[in-house]
Write a protein that binds this ligand. Structure first.
Ligand SMILES: O=C(O)CCC(=O)C(=O)O
Length: 386
């Protein structure tokens, strides 16, 4: 069953329809066309310092940035159930969320088999004929629910991406989605996505507990709102190789309108995070998950944790796959900082808001069609945003 979105969310129906990205990728590769269609060429000011990433460029970039790299938090110690180790891990996460808004976690409890299955099924989907994938095209009024490979939704410019996404919670939509693509509803595909979503959601709950503990708040301060009526949404992001990779971008700079995002990327670099006015590549680590603070958690933590801008580059020779899981509290839940995080005689940094209001704001063009930092700026108490 599909999930009914708030009316405000339904306003943003994609309007522009273009050729499929993978088709253009193939035309470039086979020299049927020699240049990128203009709509995919991003203006310089939006994509400065664009270069297709690889492990060599990451090493050089680290040197240039004096070894700045996204923190890595190892969860292995949690198995010992030592309070001391747990507190240390929580502190590391807090530091990463304050300073970067991003970290990678390794040694999680997500089974390797679950990740292998979901990756294999995602790759299988993107190797289907375009007409078959398009049977799952996002229905009108339901952006980002289903398959997209022809149009732009997140940014004003056209991104070089194909995606497939659906809700896992409050109501899982994978079975209805799969029935559109495969006559038998592909139970193997549905199981792979369900197992992945359940495991990653559990990881998200654990991270939210640790983050609450790191702020000296009750452990379930955030996680209790991820149990029922909450929103969990998965998305496969597929970036076909692009012979003109330095002119285009996979996903433009944006912050995530959610509480927490957990992402697994394959071994092809592409994701970059803003730090000290530089773009830092998130180095792919086998078995790791990239975790980032979303806009709601920034507000919920009274601005202690940061939701940080990130973007995705595409690669000249190799396609890239990432699998994201976005977690948000129920749409009508009031997002407001815990009183312990607000100084005496002070107000919270952000006004109280619901994710329903927030999505409406982002999608009703107040932020110029870009899901970006400016959305949260509207929620600051002292705001002068026009
Ligand atoms: O593909 C990636 O590495 C990041 C994807 C992303 O930023 C998103 O799905 O919002």
């Amino acid at each position: 069953m599909a999930v009914a979105e708030p009316a405000a969310f339904q306003l943003a129906t994609p309007t522009r329809v273009y050729d499929n990205v993978r088709m253009i990728s193939e035309q470039l590769r086979s020299c049927k066309i020699n240049s990128l269609p203009e709509r995919y060429i991003w203006p310089k000011e939006r994509v400065e310092n664009l270069k297709p990433g690889n492990h060599e460029t990451i090493a050089k970039e680290k040197e240039e940035l004096q070894n700045l790299s996204i923190p890595v938090v190892d969860l292995a110690g949690l198995e010992n159930r030592s309070e001391e180790v747990r507190a240390k891990i929580a502190r590391e996460m807090r530091k990463a969320c304050e300073e970067w808004g991003f970290f990678q976690v390794i040694n999680t409890a997500v089974p390797t088999m679950v990740m292998e299955q979901v990756n294999a099924n995602a790759r299988e989907f993107f190797s289907l004929p375009v007409e078959q994938m398009e049977k799952a095209t996002e229905p009108p009024g339901k952006p980002l629910q289903g398959y997209g490979g022809r149009h732009n939704f997140l940014n004003s410019e056209v991104p070089w991406i194909e995606f497939l996404g659906e809700h896992h919670a409050p109501v899982p939509g994978v079975e209805d989605l799969a029935k559109k693509v495969w006559e038998d509803g592909n139970p193997k595909f549905c199981k792979a996505i369900t197992d992945y979503s359940n495991s990653v959601e559990q990881l998200g709950v654990l991270i939210l507990e640790l983050l609450a503990e790191s702020l000296d708040l009750p452990k379930d301060t955030y996680s209790q709102h991820m149990q029922t009526g909450h929103h969990g949404y998965w998305r496969f992001n597929y970036y076909p190789a692009c012979a003109k990779a330095s002119q285009t971008i996979g996903i433009g700079p944006h912050c995530d309108p959610d509480a927490l995002t957990i992402l697994s990327q394959d071994q092809i670099p592409g994701l970059q995070v803003q730090k000290a006015n530089k773009w830092v590549t998130v180095e792919p680590l086998p078995g790791a998950f990239v975790v980032n603070v979303g806009d709601y958690l920034q507000a919920w933590s009274n601005d202690i944790f940061k939701s940080v801008e990130h973007r995705v580059l595409v690669n000249e020779e190799t396609d890239r796959l990432s699998i994201a899981f976005f977690m948000s509290p129920p749409r009508m839940f009031n997002i407001e900082a815990h009183p312990k995080l607000i100084g005496e005689n002070e107000e919270s940094v952000f006004k109280t808001f619901t994710s329903r209001e927030y999505l409406g704001l982002l999608l009703n063009n107040k932020s110029n069609g870009d899901v970006g930092k400016r959305g949260l700026d509207y929620m600051r108490r002292e705001t002068t945003v026009a």
